[in-house]
Design a protein around this ligand. Structure first.
Ligand code: ARG
Length: 606
């Protein structure tokens, strides 16, 4: 059917035809086709197909009749009736139903649902989802902590959200560059280098194995020295100039400081199992002058009170004056914005990025909107280049207060991650004791690690990223509700049921499995399984990982309803038993894939 159908609608540009259409896309094409046949003189055949807003409407609804009728001064109910009569959906849906004031409602046929499930079952890795035909090069700028400064909870959020987004885009077949834009350049290095030379001169020795210990403490001490001593301030300034000029000693001191920080950051990335390519601000140093020249020559930037400025966005500052984007300060120094301009230039020109995502807190929204606008104006970003700031809210402690330790100190990320693992271990040991189970130490440590780190990630990702999020160990480690432990247990339990059934799903076997979806809970679970791809496409577009968590939670709940209502291992007949075991397997595979996309490994048993 599909090939002749694709030929027929080849001239309809509204819904692109690709090899792997979701059910919604498939149906949308059919609506478009019907609209085209009914109203060939129209210019817009938008099917306006969405998931049904109410269960009694079926699975999908088209609102196209409403706007068409209005435009053509017709009765919307009649237009809807015409669409329902004309549309060819016999292979997908029951006869479409019309509802006032002009909706066309679609209910999927069980047979169609069953055949889709078969495709998913035959492909346990990708669950029938092919990689995108139009592959994009996506550069994701995330994590990005600053050298010698604290890597704080904001960077943790960026790391977790960024990694999840990368995983989803990678899964969909895009070419993803995971870039760590570390703050490894700037005037603070003058102070740090001057201080290093004073207190640890041996660090400059190439063969030195010296370590700085706590870098944040070092930063604080240097800052204190800087604030108190004007002679020191002068030498710090000289170090900046020397560093910029490429002075060997300074470069060595700078590399030493970067290396120290890098080791600390890496510990966090290892704990989280996140991969990043470090390409810090210093990388763009050699282009900063060129960028300013190009900006000035093209007239995109102008001199204003000695500074080189780009007037974008019309943001007014305190005195009601428009705040421009400054790319060169009046003292000749470059800044954060200059680096970001040079970075876009490089990422489009050299990396050939089609889409660039910046995962930072919402506080940087203005900065990015100005930088994006400037980059478009100068042409560093092509008109089709997608530049997107992916903002997120603050991490707060319970009750919405600032996130601090009890002593009022900032929380060290390593401590925070370790504490989650420690608590997960405690919970697990209690459980083992209550169940009188014995497990090896190695196994207990593994479970604690997966649950503890998984809980931190999940708790962060399940929130709408733009809202502030309240950090709570007890909530994220709870076995009830939308949490990582709940999902991990759900997976292990469902996988366990499947294993007990001894169903042969080796190559070729799965195609012969007939799904029987007679019980409403079976059908409802099946339809949720079918929504996986649509959900991922939504995530690809909106970059909101919470839709993934919501999907998993809903899926596991529908599974529970199914399991309450339909005996699996003791099903009424062999075909039913087989079908239900296959539903268990599909649910487990789907949960596994979703967990993987969130950056959480599964445990076969807990
Ligand atoms: N280092 C910055 C910070 O800690 C984040 C950098 C984000 N990326 C960028 N290209 N500006 O806030």
């Amino acid at each position: 059917h599909s090939s002749s159908f694709q030929k027929r609608i080849a001239h309809i540009p509204l819904v692109a035809v690709h090899n792997n259409m979701t059910t919604r896309e498939l149906l949308a094409n059919r609506v478009t086709e019907a609209l085209y046949n009914l109203f060939p003189d129209e210019t817009n055949w938008d099917p306006q197909l969405t998931a049904a807003t109410r269960p009694e409407f079926g699975d999908f609804q088209s609102n196209a009749a409403l706007s068409l009728a209005k435009k053509r001064k017709m009765n919307p109910l009649q237009v809807a009736e015409q669409i329902a009569q004309n549309i060819q959906t016999n292979d997908i849906c029951e006869q479409p139903q019309v509802a006032p004031p002009g909706f066309v409602n679609f209910t999927l046929k069980k047979q169609f649902v069953a055949s889709q499930l078969q495709k998913m079952l035959a492909d346990p890795q990708r669950l029938g989802i092919s990689p995108r035909e139009r592959k994009q090069r996506v550069l994701v700028d995330f994590s990005s902590p600053n050298i010698a400064k604290e890597m704080h909870v904001g960077h943790l959020r960026s790391t977790i959200i960024g990694d999840c987004i990368c995983r989803v885009l990678e899964f969909l077949g895009h070419d993803v560059l995971r870039i760590n834009h570390v703050g490894d350049w700037g005037t603070q290095f003058g102070m740090l280098i001057a201080y290093l030379k004073e207190v640890k001169p041996d660090a400059l020795d190439n063969s030195s194995t010296t370590s700085l210990g706590d870098l944040v403490e070092f930063y604080k001490a240097a800052k204190k020295r800087f604030d108190e001593d004007s002679v020191f301030q002068e030498s710090a300034r000289k170090q900046v100039v020397a560093l910029q000029a490429g002075d060997e000693d300074c470069i060595r001191a700078w590399s030493f400081l970067c290396e120290q920080s890098r080791k600390e950051f890496q510990q966090i990335y290892d704990m989280l199992d996140v991969k990043l390519i470090e390409r810090g601000e210093s990388f763009y140093n050699e282009w900063l002058g060129i960028v300013c020249k190009e900006l000035e020559d093209s007239g995109v930037a102008v001199r204003d009170e000695g500074a080189l400025c780009i007037f974008v966005g019309g943001h007014t500052g305190r005195q009601g004056k428009i705040q421009p984007l400054i790319v060169r300060k009046s003292d000749g120094g470059f800044n954060y914005a200059t680096t970001d301009m040079a970075a876009i230039r490089y990422r489009v020109k050299e990396d050939k990025a089609d889409r660039i995502l910046y995962i930072t807190d919402a506080g940087q929204s203005l900065h990015f909107s100005q930088v994006f606008e400037a980059a478009k104006r100068i042409g560093y970003a092509k008109p089709e280049t997608k530049l997107e700031h992916v903002p997120f809210g603050l991490v707060q402690s319970e009750g919405g207060k600032k996130f601090k330790t009890r002593e009022g100190e900032t929380v060290k990320l390593k401590d925070l991650l370790q504490e989650a693992v420690r608590r997960a271990e405690e919970d697990f040991r209690n459980r083992l004791q209550a169940e009188e189970r014995e497990e090896s130490e190695e196994y207990i440590k593994r479970v604690a690690q997966v649950i503890g780190i998984g809980a931190i990630k999940y708790a962060d990702l399940k929130n709408n990223r733009t809202s502030n999020y309240q950090f709570s160990y007890s909530k994220m480690l709870s076995l009830q509700g939308n949490t990582a432990p709940y999902m991990l247990y759900a997976f292990a339990r469902i996988q366990g049921i499947y294993r007990k059934g001894d169903l042969d799903l080796t190559d070729g076997q799965s195609e012969s499995i007939q799904f029987i979806l007679d019980d409403p809970t079976e059908l409802s679970l099946a339809k949720m399984l079918l929504q996986l791809e649509e959900m991922l496409f939504l995530l690809e577009r909106d970059l909101k990982p919470n839709v993934l968590c919501d999907y998993m939670f809903e899926l596991s709940q529908r599974f529970n309803q199914f399991y309450e209502n339909c005996p699996v291992l003791k099903a009424e007949s062999l075909p039913r038993r087989t079908s239900r075991l296959a539903l268990c397997k599909l649910t487990a595979n789907t949960l596994q894939l979703c967990l993987h996309l969130l950056g959480i490994p599964i445990l076969e048993r807990i």
